[in-house]
Design a protein around this ligand. Structure first.
Ligand SMILES: [Zn+2]
Length: 339
């Protein structure tokens, strides 16, 4: 069968009620093509009018979604995931935030830097660092080539990862010597109350059963354990402004877009407290969305916004910095503690 014939065979499931709250008050928002690698298909997003959950509908049936996970996505090139540790000022500030504010102990605390780095703490929080626990067990779900895992291991965590792509998981195991299981979250199994911290970076939006997966993960977490995950945030500026052109949309591999209300409600039900949201400072969302829009519409404004380096540095970056400060960007990191 040729490649384009394969895409004609894809089956969809029509969703009639909200996958979270079961409300039938669901509303069509917009349609968009697959934009990351220009594969065939037009997909739509609906939103629940009760809880704010947005989701792909009709939904590509799970057995066909693999067609859209191609090497071209760049998810599976371990070399792109090499341990790029920060250097210079960034390294200096990162280390002092970790030591002064997140209990890491690889260097001495410094009272002057404690105050100086306080305003920057929120930006490090978006980068999925749990509060440190010496010898604590750390699980990274969807760990790719093991970049975060190897940093955490160096700082004293006992690390484990799971990664669904075989070649990438092998790289983390063999080249970096990490404990990584080549599994999907749905097939993974760990003892109850095994981990002190569980993290997932940009994973939940890809899952067919995000709520069940969160429930499963919660069982693996110890009492007082930390759950941290990042997701695209549908109520942020880029999604509101760019809608079907949004870089974060990534249909059809993104299935669900969780609202803060949904996250709070679900995590509270699962037994979490101290649920906090941190908006990421990430200018690529606006740049890539503008490029998408320019490609389809040819409007010069989006060409300048998406392709001009000076505009990016002098205008987009400061603007996105402000958006992040005011909790308006379209990527968030969520922290919660298990009761
Ligand atoms: Zn709902």
């Amino acid at each position: 069968m040729s490649n384009s014939d394969k895409f004609k065979q894809i089956e969809f499931e029509e969703i009639k009620e909200c996958p979270f709250c079961s409300s039938e008050q669901i509303k069509f928002l917009f349609s968009a093509p697959e934009r990351l690698t220009d594969l065939p298909g037009i997909f739509s997003v609906y939103q629940c009018q009760e809880c704010g959950l947005a989701f792909q509908n009709p939904l590509v049936r799970e057995e066909y979604i693999g067609l859209y996970y191609t090497e071209r996505l760049g998810y599976y090139s371990p070399s792109a995931n090499k341990d790029k540790e920060p250097h210079g000022l960034k390294k200096f500030l990162t280390e002092h935030i970790l030591v002064n504010h997140l209990k890491y102990d690889f260097k001495k605390k410094n009272i002057f830097l404690l105050f100086l780095t306080l305003p920057l703490k929120r930006f490090l929080k978006t980068r999925i660092f749990p509060d440190f626990k010496q010898g604590g067990k750390f699980l990274d779900i969807g760990c790719a080539g093991g970049r975060l895992l190897s940093r955490m291991k160096k700082m004293g965590w006992d690390t484990t990862g799971i990664e669904m792509h075989k070649k990438t998981a092998n790289y983390a195991q063999e080249q970096l010597g990490l404990k990584v299981f080549n599994k999907r979250i749905e097939d993974a199994d760990f003892p109850e109350q095994e981990f002190d911290a569980i993290v997932m970076s940009m994973v939940l939006e890809h899952l067919y059963h995000p709520f069940m997966s969160l429930e499963k993960i919660t069982k693996w977490l110890k009492k007082d354990g930390q759950l941290i995950f990042s997701i695209p945030y549908f109520n942020g500026f880029e999604f509101n402004r760019f809608r079907g052109y949004s870089f974060g949309l990534q249909l059809p591999i993104h299935i669900t877009f969780l609202s803060k209300k949904v996250i709070k409600q679900h995590l509270t039900t699962l037994g979490y407290k101290d649920i906090k949201f941190y908006h990421q400072f990430f200018d690529r969302d606006i740049i890539a969305s503008a490029r998408n829009k320019y490609k389809d519409t040819g409007v010069w404004f989006y060409k300048i916004l998406g392709h001009n380096k000076i505009v990016r540095i002098l205008l987009v970056r400061p603007f996105v910095f402000l958006l992040a400060l005011f909790n308006k960007t379209s990527r968030i990191t969520v922290y919660a503690k298990k009761i």
